[in-house]
Write a protein of this length. Structure first.
Length: 201
């Protein structure tokens, strides 16, 4: 009898594990995501967020979703109801092409939201990469770059050194990608204008 109960208990535990494990893949403290974000990117974001929180008490969470299903600000406000200040949310709804940073009162002086979300390629750290035609490639680097910029600005303001910071080398690589992307776009525009002028002549 005891042996039978033991076998049934093991089967029940295995069933629970199979059902719940897929949910656990995305259950991190500082990043909520689906398959638009690679696991290794999520792990790096988790590492940076955890270190900043442990050293400063500021919780920065990345939310990356294919479909938001509602207004991005409403989503952030509802999500933040369970958070203890200070906190910041970096949120992407890919299908809606919406990116936002939502934060608790007082945190706005610790980072530059306008620069972070700027569409200008020489200024913004997220949107210029997200507007690339190859979105499936650009989402991960864009969000990693933006999240790193956010936590590193907060750390700098609070005079905290983050060992997990991605560093200038990665930022330089991403900036080079941005430069190449926009140089190519500029070349295409100039080429089209040239062809039109030539055809008129």
């Amino acid at each position: 009898m005891n042996s039978l109960l033991h076998v049934k208990a093991k089967k029940l535990w295995l069933l629970c594990f199979i059902v719940l494990f897929p949910l656990g893949i995305f259950a991190k403290d500082f990043v909520i995501y689906d398959d638009i974000l690679e696991e290794r990117t999520a792990q790096k974001i988790e590492e940076m967020g955890s270190e900043l929180f442990n050293k400063s008490g500021v919780k920065v969470i990345l939310i990356a979703k294919k479909n938001g299903g509602e207004n991005i600000l409403t989503y952030e406000q509802n999500f933040a109801k369970d958070l203890k200040p200070p906190y910041a949310l970096l949120t992407l709804f890919q299908a809606e092409q919406k990116v936002d940073v939502y934060y608790s009162a007082g945190l706005e002086k610790e980072f530059d939201k306008e620069a972070l979300l700027s569409p200008l390629p020489w200024k913004g750290t997220i949107i210029p990469l997200l507007t690339s035609k190859k979105q499936e490639v650009s989402v991960g680097p864009a969000l990693l770059n933006g999240y790193a910029e956010l936590v590193e600005e907060i750390a700098k303001y609070r005079k905290i050194e983050l060992e997990s910071a991605i560093g200038s080398a990665n930022k330089t690589t991403i900036n080079i990608v941005r430069l190449v992307l926009y140089s190519f776009m500029a070349f295409v525009v100039v080429f089209i204008i040239y062809k039109r002028i030539k055809n008129r002549g």
